[in-house]
Ligand binder design. Sequence first.
Ligand SMILES: [Zn+2]
Length: 65
Amino acid sequence: MSSKEVCSIKDCGEPGYKSLSFEDASKVFGGQLTGKRRVKLCKKHWKEYKKATKRERKLERWRWG
Ligand SMILES: [Zn+2]
């Protein structure tokens, strides 16, 4: 009954921070998602999502030092 807004990633359980469509989220998190049409992501997973959907720019990502 109470729709607590928690992160839709399996085994996460953090408070929801952003909501997005299942479709978009599943591009990044795939089978880890527990939502239906609308999913919630906690801050941590939202960051992961943003990172993953950013243009791939992995070159020169090495920390040198
Ligand atoms: Zn999460």
